[in-house]
Design a protein around this ligand. Structure first.
Ligand SMILES: Cc1ncc(COP(=O)(O)O)c(C=O)c1O
Length: 390
């Protein structure tokens, strides 16, 4: 059956696009909205930039309701990597301090942690997560087992990148904080994939991408900072906001709102994309996330059954993206052909999906995404494509 929503995206009709997770995809209407804003900007650049705060606050107010956090505590950043970097670069560690991170951490953010830890003489302690697993509490236990009297900071993903696991951050955050550990949650994949109440989660810092699952233009993300910590946080680029008067607006917002001349039209389109998506489907965002979640669960079961592979995690740890092991025989076939699983699926079948060899000889997974424009027939095509390699 034809998907009624696909026409709103400009995705190549020749491609079976099962990789929303990497960079998102922005609907045509929102591309147009951003273009309108760009035209306004280029018509009178000085006036546009002079009024940018009201444009950004319009988006911030809508975002605050979408992610469940006060608008004063939400700064815009271009991406989650930036958000993670700002939070980490604002820490003052000392030699011997320990920082906890998992072995499923996204490479770019792990690099930021290693870079800053080394400068302070702090130690990065890597927790090996149990995987495959059946009980998410085992993750909490594995992480807490690495906390010592020297642990000061924890970076944890809300949804992991290679394995697409929704981690139990609602348990990890209070357990870490009870030990005096500050927690930075990297929610790069969370907004628009799973219902989010950022303030209630209680993390010290939470960053999330909007250009992924919320479908905003590229360069849209936010950083939430607990009010008590805002005095000590700065963007990675110091600009005018650092010494601006704070009578009407916090230094936190002023610093992040302006890090030098840039194009604010992606951030200016955030309210529009949240509203556009909300109006697209009966039941709005909740219905979108539920539909995508249900399709993800049924398709991951179908794929694992057809390929005869084990499901690596319980349904309760899945959002709208899932990693499924492919048969070893398929990996061997592509090795013999001198190609890769990714190239085979892309070049021979027109399927856009990441194929990720996991460490410790665990095997190779394909990580599929489900957004509102995806249809069951696309996953059946993926099933057939992998079977053709066995
Ligand atoms: C867990 C995680 N963190 C951070 C990022 C980086 O996102 P961006 O490139 O938008 O900064 C990703 C990207 O996929 C991710 O999966």
């Amino acid at each position: 059956m034809k998907n009624p929503y696909r026409r709103h995206w400009t995705l190549d009709p020749e491609v079976t696009f099962l990789n929303h997770g990497s960079y998102g995809a922005c609907p045509a209407r929102i591309q147009l909205r951003q273009q309108e804003l760009r035209q306004e900007l280029e018509t009178e650049p000085v006036r546009f930039m002079g009024h940018r705060t009201s444009l950004l606050d319009r988006s911030r107010e809508r975002l605050a309701r979408f992610v469940g956090a006060p608008m004063e505590d939400l700064a815009f950043v271009p991406n989650a990597t930036h958000g993670v970097n700002a939070a980490i670069a604002s820490q003052r560690w000392k030699p011997g301090d320990e920082i906890v991170v998992t072995d499923h951490e996204y490479n770019a953010c792990r690099n930021a942690l290693d870079f800053h830890a080394e400068r302070w003489g702090a130690t990065v302690v890597v927790v090996e997560l149990p995987f495959p697993l059946t009980d998410p509490q085992k993750i909490v236990h594995a992480m807490m087992a690495k906390v010592t009297a020297r642990t000061v900071f924890c970076l944890v993903d809300h949804i992991t990148s290679p394995t697409a696991l929704v981690l139990p951050v609602e348990d990890i955050i209070p357990a870490m904080q009870a030990k005096g550990v500050r927690v930075l949650v990297d929610g790069a994949h969370a907004p628009g994939q799973i219902p989010l109440q950022v303030q209630k989660l209680g993390a010290d810092y939470y960053t999330g991408n909007l250009h992924k699952w919320t479908c905003a233009p590229k360069g849209s993300a936010f950083l939430y900072v607990r009010p008590e910590l805002q005095a000590d946080i700065h963007p990675v680029t110091i600009s005018h906001g650092y010494n601006a008067a704070t009578d009407n607006r916090s230094r936190f917002l002023q610093e992040f709102d302006w890090t030098g001349t840039f194009d604010p039209t992606a951030w200016g389109s955030i309210a529009d994309v949240i509203d556009f998506m909300d109006a697209l489907v009966d039941g709005g965002w909740n219905a979108i996330m539920q539909r995508n979640h249900d399709l993800t669960l049924s398709m991951r079961t179908m794929l694992a059954e057809r390929w005869g592979t084990e499901l690596p995690a319980p349904d309760s740890m899945i959002g709208t993206m899932a990693s499924v092991f492919i048969p070893d025989a398929a990996v061997k076939t592509v090795e013999k052909r001198g190609t890769s699983v990714y190239a085979e699926l892309h070049d021979q079948w027109g399927i856009q999906i990441p194929a990720i060899p996991l460490p410790n000889d665990l095997g190779t997974v394909v990580r599929f995404s489900t957004h509102i424009y995806n249809t069951e027939s696309e996953y059946l095509r993926l099933a057939e494509a992998v079977e053709s390699l066995v």
